[in-house]
Ligand binder design. Structure first.
Ligand SMILES: [Fe+2]
Length: 178
């Protein structure tokens, strides 16, 4: 059962940035992506490593170096724990890659937009095989329409995880620490 986040206050002070370092975040993200075994995931990882994905900032929250990767992993962890019957590989792909458009790469400078741009990068540049639900969830992650879509619970989970992370409500703890 998914629950809406408690606050959308973009001015909220973000207090958890020191809980995991960017190297730990990077290893967890790459491991999650490899674990999907999805056709094209190797090319997608190559694209990410050649882009600013692990150093970029988000625009309106997580506005610090590495913010994009931290936000993406926060959303992924939250969504995995609220996914119900939604396949885990779809949750991993849609949450970790929904804001891929924010990372700069010379390979995608010709593609515009936001959610739609992420989808185009994944399909046209990385040749990642997306399901129709994943494509729709990434494309609509900025739109409330995602909450009312029939037949695509993934879109709702991605929307909620994105907004919950953006509100600073997901502390990112190092699960490997004793
Ligand atoms: Fe996001």
């Amino acid at each position: 059962m998914t629950r809406p986040c408690r606050s959308m206050d973009k001015g909220r002070t973000y207090q958890t940035r020191t809980q995991m370092n960017i190297q730990q975040i990077r290893e967890e993200i790459l491991g999650l992506l490899r674990g999907t075994g999805r056709e094209g995931i190797g090319q997608t990882i190559d694209y990410i490593l050649g882009s600013t994905y692990f150093t970029a900032r988000c625009h309106t929250h997580h506005h610090f170096e590495g913010g994009l990767a931290r936000h993406s992993l926060e959303a992924c962890r939250w969504a995995l724990s609220h996914r119900g019957d939604v396949p885990a590989d779809s949750v991993v792909i849609a949450t970790l890659l929904h804001d891929l458009c924010t990372a700069r790469s010379p390979r995608s400078s010709h593609i515009g937009g936001h959610g739609r741009r992420s989808v185009r990068i994944l399909e046209e540049v990385c040749h990642l095989r997306l399901t129709s639900e994943e494509r729709e969830a990434i494309r609509l992650h900025m739109h409330k329409e995602a909450l009312t879509l029939k037949g695509n619970p993934l879109a709702r989970i991605v929307w909620l995880s994105d907004k919950t992370s953006a509100a600073g409500l997901i502390p990112l703890r190092d699960r490997t620490a004793a």
